[in-house]
Design a protein around this ligand. Structure first.
Ligand SMILES: [Zn+2]
Length: 374
């Protein structure tokens, strides 16, 4: 920490020079400090989306979300416990850009026998598409420091996302839990002032705008490559041109919630509680990302524990009293083994399916989703 005078209000304060941009605690001015020359340079394009929520409201919103997706909505208040609520204002570089992609590829002819794979089965096709984004890049050097912020992009196309940046508007307009606030977080921004964080800690800006710009361009290029691949069976050529219209820095309020599922039934004695998390937008009350308790898997595993215990019990009886009980023990053991096997097999499939349902539901902005966990 070093003491500096603010270039806007001249008041002295302590600053962490590891941050790329410094924030005056008195007048909220944002500035760069060039250590070699001692120069200070004001940075104007810094905005903040106000935080409109507090911990108690966030807890209620998290339970509301669980009621929507849990198979027994009425049981949520009794079976889910919110154990952790934390909010912060995170810095994002928002890059406004347009990507224009032209592609050429081979497309398989329709209504042809798929048995013959001759060169005549394909047609050369070309196409182009254009999309514009306000692409968000975390300005924190460790993108994994907050759970759930590394994979916020959920495109409607069937492609796997391999980037941490995301289109700001569509991401922050999904999963709304209350319909009263329809403005997008972007439109709700103000010039940066500490007061808009409403007591949330403001995380420092650690990544410079050049890196933000480069990362956004890399992400959009990769995204457009994958979009181009969807058009052809064999993509031969493609070209993406990006036009950057501008870059700005926005602090955005994010709340992280941890919850624990504890069933009320007998199963609770065998249940191993594991914290699940969700991320809520502190401005428009949208669930940006969420983890589900694996209710089905847990129930089957509990069944396995119980039958394994029974198997051990009958085994002891069998060796001490009557050998016929060894058969009962063996039977219980088979059930236990079968439970574990089916559960593990279905777990992988379930996780995939629920994640897809979840992203589909939070993709539908502000609609009431009807997801039934099995
Ligand atoms: Zn100042």
């Amino acid at each position: 920490m070093y003491e500096l005078q603010c270039p806007a209000c001249n008041k002295a304060s302590q600053y962490n020079f590891l941050d790329y941009l410094l924030l005056c605690p008195f007048c909220s001015a944002t500035f760069k400090f060039h250590a070699e020359t001692g120069q200070k340079e004001l940075f104007g394009d810094h905005y903040i989306v106000p935080n409109l929520l507090d911990a108690a409201t966030i807890k209620e919103l998290a339970l509301e979300w669980l009621r929507r997706i849990h198979h027994k909505p009425g049981a949520v208040d009794k079976e889910f416990y919110v154990v952790d609520v934390q909010g912060f204002s995170i810095p994002l570089w928002i890059v406004s850009l347009e990507g224009h992609t032209a592609w050429k590829g081979l497309v398989r002819k329709q209504n042809r026998s798929i048995m013959s794979h001759s060169a005549n089965d394909f047609l050369v096709e070309t196409g182009q598409f254009r999309r514009s984004y306000r692409w968000a890049i975390s300005a924190r050097s460790n993108i994994c420091e907050t759970w759930g912020l590394t994979r916020l992009h959920e495109p409607t196309e069937p492609i796997s996302v391999e980037w941490d940046g995301f289109p700001f508007d569509s991401t922050f307009s999904r999963g709304r839990l209350m319909a009263e606030e329809q403005r997008s977080a972007y439109e709700g921004r103000h010039y940066f002032e500490f007061k808009y964080a409403n007591s949330l800690p403001i995380l420092g800006i650690q990544v410079d705008e050049n890196e933000g710009l480069r990362r956004a361009q890399n992400h959009v290029e990769l995204y457009h490559y994958k979009l181009a691949c969807l058009n052809a069976d064999y993509l031969i050529d493609y070209r993406t041109e990006l036009e950057v219209a501008g870059i700005q820095l926005i602090h955005v309020p994010i709340w992280k919630v941890g919850d624990i599922y504890r069933p009320k039934s007998l199963a609770r004695h065998f249940y191993r509680s594991k914290e699940k998390r969700l991320i809520i937008d502190g401005y428009a009350k949208g669930v940006l990302s969420g983890e589900l308790a694996m209710v089905y898997h847990d129930k089957v595993m509990i069944n396995a524990y119980v039958t394994a215990l029974a198997a051990a019990f009958f085994f002891l009886l069998g060796i001490s009293w009557h050998p016929a009980l060894l058969l009962v023990s063996l039977f219980a053991l088979m059930i236990a083994g079968f439970s574990v096997f089916t559960s593990l097999k279905r777990r992988a499939a379930k996780e995939e399916e629920e994640l897809q349902k979840l992203s589909a539901s939070i993709g539908r902005s502000s609609s009431t989703s009807q997801i039934k966990a099995p």
